[in-house]
Design a protein around this ligand. Structure first.
Ligand code: F3S
Length: 127
């Protein structure tokens, strides 16, 4: 979550605080990496690792268009991340500087269909 504090000038001066949440890629992306999410992102905030994507929390504008695009249902708004996936909020931020920007959808990983829905995939995350 980012917090912007600033002044808005109208007929009067207002002091405003805007909270911007991010979206988060979670475990079911691992070993699938469908990348359907990438083409629809208006701000190119996805980054790619060997078998997983993350969302840059400082670039995401919280538009949510990527959520229904993911065949693995791996993307959640920060406030909606399932309890057992909350550690992925920090993981997306941690891996953002390590991973490479990706701006175009590509072929999914070869075994994506076999891995879609398999639990406990964090152990297979490649950084
Ligand atoms: Fe991963 Fe879903 Fe995007 S599997 S690469 S978050 S479309």
């Amino acid at each position: 979550m980012r917090v912007y504090v600033g002044y808005v000038f109208c007929s009067r001066i207002f002091f405003g605080v805007v909270l911007i949440m991010t979206h988060v890629v979670t475990e079911n992306c691992i070993k699938c990496k469908y990348t359907d999410c990438v083409d629809v992102c208006p701000v190119d905030c996805f980054l790619e690792g060997p078998n997983f994507l993350v969302i840059d929390p400082d670039e995401c504008i919280d538009c949510a268009v990527c959520i229904p695009e993911c065949p693995a249902n791996a993307i959640f708004a920060e406030e909606d991340v399932p309890e057992d996936q909350v550690h992925f909020i920090e993981l997306n931020a941690e891996l953002t500087p390590q991973f490479t920007p990706i701006t175009r959808t590509r072929e999914p990983l070869p075994d994506a269909e076999e891995w879609n829905g398999v639990e406990g995939k964090l152990q297979y995350l490649e950084k």
